[in-house]
Every structure is written in structure tokens, then in C-alpha cells.
Ligand binder design. Structure first.
Ligand SMILES: NC(=O)c1ccc[n+]([C@@H]2O[C@H](COP(=O)([O-])OP(=O)(O)OC[C@H]3O[C@@H](n4cnc5c(N)ncnc54)[C@H](O)[C@@H]3O)[C@@H](O)[C@H]2O)c1
Length: 439
């Protein structure tokens, strides 16, 4: 075999995992149907922004540990094939499996006449029962038998954008949904080379592995929406402050301090889609999912707290200059899929406000949505200059460097809405400072 593993789909998950595996000495083949993406990766020019990505990619290409192809048929040159294609939402929120079905069909056709035993690893996020559908698909198009000619493993991914490389190399857990001892041995042998010490592997069935991923993300999303709900209460109490509540309850080990920040809601390509997919899946099973519906309802309306403040402070927004710091759905990424900034900008434009935005790396992606209907600043200072209000939408470190005097000096009116609680209320009390969860 020419390669140890192949990845089908080189997005955030596929490319991050591929370069990390290559860095551990594994020979990797990366496949994507997007030829522009393949050309960029070949030139060690990462299509996604991730810390350490460019260095690892360059090293992998130089050492010949990462080869690239646009043809799924080439996966037969590897014995372990990871499926890392997207699994987007349908209009009704349920999961759309078209990419994974197409990729597994292409793999089946490719392996049809080859004697080798292949292991296909589903890394994309999929609802319980999908592995069984993929097995049917593979058997139908390859005329081969599961467990005899190939095996299927479910290995969901838990990396976070912005820290994808670190999360991939040092995961809290590795979930392996596997039914056969043979496949278990094959995947263990590979993972041992990558994760080396103290492999935190959880072995389970494929369906449980599929559900673990949704339970994991839905619980994290629930923590965020819960704190946003508490922030709404705190805002209505004169000296209320959700941060003080967060600090205290985070000390309780049963709760833990992570994912307790109130803000403008979660976005990105995973939480909204995964929560919706679990709701739709629960419905199919006749299970009530009011808890997750509330999580989404809070999230969908959380950005409106900005407009409550704007209405009170500025009244009519027509012609008002509003500056927005931060566009990406979270810091350290240029991903704006389902980002809160989009909802805020759309509503500001509806109200005929003049919008100027700045993000250290997501300006270009935002341009693809809003074009010339808004203006794009090259730094924070030029973004807030002469504005009537500044809204902090993403908690980038560089915004934390701004001092109250910068806002006073540059803005027409130093009205700040801190949507991510990046400033200290004490330091900013000379300004018109408003923040999520602050009474
Ligand atoms: N992005 C994250 O932070 C994250 C984290 C954990 C899990 N996941 C899950 O991992 C999966 C992938 O997510 P992503 O964000 O990397 O997606 P993505 O949209 O960034 O990338 C998917 C890639 O698959 C390619 N593709 C589609 N069909 C193909 C085919 N038939 N053959 C070859 N390539 C094909 C696309 O061109 C694209 O480059 C999803 O199921 C997602 O829910 C994502």
C-alpha cells in the first residue's frame, strides 16, 4: 500500500487531522472534490486559518507525507479511509447525508475489484444508524461483505476551530465505535503511533459513538444558552452581573468553569447544526426535545439584547454609524458560518444604519456575504472612528488591548456594547458601557 491512511474531505476536520497524522510520520493521502482547495493545499497554502496549520502543512508536503488527489478512486492506495466530508442541515434541521453517501458510494466502486481489506472510518458527525446505512451503501456498490472485505468504524471528532491542531494532537478522548475485534486492532495500531502516551480511547458500539458526539455538543450548547438565560435575568437586576454568577458556579466541580460565558450566542458550523439534527432525530423516535428547542430559541434571540440597548440609547438607527469589532463565530478562526455577526449586520442594515466592521482575519469571508453594503476597516481604531456605537461581537485578544481613552478619543459617542464581556466594567465606567448580563 502506498499510503497508511486516506482522508476524503479536506475541510477543517479532514485537513487538520491529515497534517497532524503526517506530522506523526503517517503517510497520508488527502482527497477532495474541490480542485481549488487541492491546488492551494498542494502549494502548502492552507484554505483555512488555524494556528500551526501552515507550518505543519509545509512540513508534510516537503517530507512527502501528504499527497493530494481530486479522485476518490485513489483511496484504494490506502488501507484505512477516513470520511471527513460535511454533514450539513436540511431546511427542516435534519442532517443531510448526501456528501457522505456520495463519498461512500465512490469508495465502494473504487474497492470493488481490489482484494485488500479496507477499514472505513466515519469521522463526520452523523446521527445514530448512519454507519449501518453506509455499510449497506458500501455492500450494494462494491458487492463485498462488511466484516469480510471491509470494516466500518465510527470515530467522531471533537476538535474546536481555533485550536484544531492542538485538539487533534492532544484530545480529551478518542471515541471508537466498533463491532469487530479485527477493526479494533487495526485502528488501535494506527492511533498508538499518533497519540502515543495514555491513549484516552473509549470503545463503544457505532451507534453509541454517533450519539456521543451529539450529546457532547448539545450539552455544551445547553450550558451556553443556560448562561445566556441567566444573563437576561441579571440584566434586569440593578446591580446584577452574570460574570459574578459564572465565577461562583464555575467553582463547583460538578459544573466546571468551561462554556459558562454569557454572550451573543453560539454560532459556527457545528453547535447550531448538531442541536437541530438531534432535535429532528429525536422527533423521528417520538422523543420530546423541548430542552434543546429552548436552547435554540434562546440562542436565536440572544443577539436582540444588542438592539434593546441600541433602541434605548440611539432610538432610530437610520443613518447612525455602528462599528462592529469581530465577525468570526469565535476568535482564532476566519469561519463565519452561522456567526452572530451576520444576524446583527442584517438587522442593522434593515434599520438603515451605516455599518463598519473589522475582524483580524474574517473580513474577506464577510465580504462574500455583504459585499459593498457595509464598509470594512483595516484595524480596530479605524473601525470605531466617528461611530455612534461600537459592538464587540467576537472576543479577539487584540480588542482587549483597546483602552477607554481610545474609544473616547476616536468615537463620535463612546457608547460600547460589550457582547462578549471582554472589558472590565470598573475600567469602562467613564464611558457609556453596556454589556451582556450586566444590570
Ligand atoms: N468544523 C469543526 O469544527 C468540526 C468539529 C467536529 C466535527 N465536525 C464535523 O466534521 C465533518 C466535516 O466538517 P468540516 O467543518 O471539516 O467540513 P467542511 O465543509 O469544512 O469540509 C468538508 C469538505 O468535504 C469535501 N467533500 C464533499 N463531498 C466530497 C466527496 N464526495 N469527496 C471528497 N470530498 C468531498 C468538500 O469539498 C469540503 O472540502 C462534519 O460532519 C462536521 O459536523 C466539524
Amino acid at each position: 500500500m502506498e499510503y497508511d491512511v486516506a482522508f476524503v474531505g479536506l475541510g477543517y476536520v479532514g485537513l487538520s487531522t491529515a497534517v497532524c497524522f503526517a506530522d506523526r510520520g503517517i503517510n497520508v493521502l488527502g482527497v477532495d472534490i474541490d480542485s481549488k482547495k487541492i491546488n492551494r493545499i498542494k502549494n502548502a497554502d492552507s484554505p483555512i486559518h488555524e494556528k500551526y496549520m501552515n507550518e505543519l502543512l509545509e512540513k508534510a508536503i516537503k517530507k512527502n507525507r501528504l499527497s493530494l488527489s481530486r479522485k476518490v478512486a485513489d483511496v484504494t492506495k490506502a488501507k484505512i479511509i477516513f470520511l471527513t466530508v460535511g454533514t450539513p442541515s436540511r431546511k427542516n434541521g435534519s442532517i443531510d447525508l448526501k456528501y457522505i453517501e456520495q463519498a461512500s458510494k465512490d469508495i465502494a466502486i473504487a474497492i470493488k475489484d481490489i482484494e485488500e481489506y479496507f477499514v472505513i472510518v466515519i469521522k463526520s458527525t452523523v446521527v445514530p444508524g448512519t454507519a449501518l446505512k453506509i455499510i449497506d451503501n458500501l455492500e450494494k456498490h462494491s458487492r463485498k461483505k462488511n466484516s469480510i472485505h471491509f470494516g466500518v468504524i465510527v470515530n467522531p471528532e471533537f476538535l474546536q476551530e481555533g485550536s484544531a491542531i492542538n485538539d487533534t494532537l492532544r484530545p480529551d478522548k478518542i471515541v471508537v465505535g466498533v463491532n469487530s475485534e479485527k477493526d479494533k486492532k487495526i485502528i488501535y495500531k494506527l492511533f498508538k503511533k499518533i497519540y502515543r502516551k495514555n491513549l484516552p480511547i473509549v470503545y463503544t458500539t457505532p451507534s453509541n459513538a454517533e450519539l456521543i458526539k451529539y450529546a457532547n455538543n448539545s450539552l455544551l450548547a445547553t450550558k451556553i444558552s443556560f448562561m445566556n438565560y441567566i444573563s437576561r435575568i441579571a440584566e434586569r437586576i440593578p446591580d446584577g452581573d452574570v460574570n459574578e454568577i459564572k465565577n461562583a458556579i464555575g467553582m463547583d466541580k460538578r459544573i466546571s468553569e468551561s462554556f459558562l460565558n454569557a454572550g451573543l450566542g453560539f454560532g459556527g458550523s457545528c453547535f447550531p447544526k448538531d442541536v437541530k439534527a438531534l432535535i429532528a432525530f429525536s422527533k423521528e423516535l417520538g422523543v420530546n426535545s423541548e430542552i434543546l428547542q429552548s436552547v435554540l430559541a434562546i440562542n436565536d434571540t440572544q443577539f436582540m439584547s444588542v438592539f434593546n440597548i441600541l433602541n434605548k440609547e440611539l432610538g432610530q438607527l437610520e443613518g447612525k454609524r455602528i462599528s462592529i469589532l469581530g465577525l468570526a463565530f469565535k476568535p482564532e478562526t476566519d469561519d463565519i458560518r452561522d456567526a452572530t455577526s451576520i444576524k446583527i449586520i442584517k438587522r442593522l442594515l434593515d434599520k438603515k444604519a451605516k455599518v463598519r466592521v473589522y475582524d483580524p482575519i474574517a473580513n474577506n469571508n464577510t465580504k462574500r456575504i455583504f459585499g459593498s453594503s457595509i464598509t470594512y476597516a483595516k484595524d480596530s481604531e479605524s473601525c470605531i472612528r466617528n461611530s455612534d456605537c461600537c459592538i464587540i461581537v467576537t472576543e479577539w485578544k487584540e480588542f482587549k488591548m483597546l483602552k477607554p481613552k481610545d474609544f473616547i478619543r476616536l468615537m463620535k459617542r463612546p457608547l460600547i456594547i460589550d457582547g462578549r464581556r471582554i472589558f472590565s466594567k470598573k475600567q469602562f465606567n467613564k464611558l457609556e458601557y453596556h454589556a451582556i448580563g450586566l444590570g
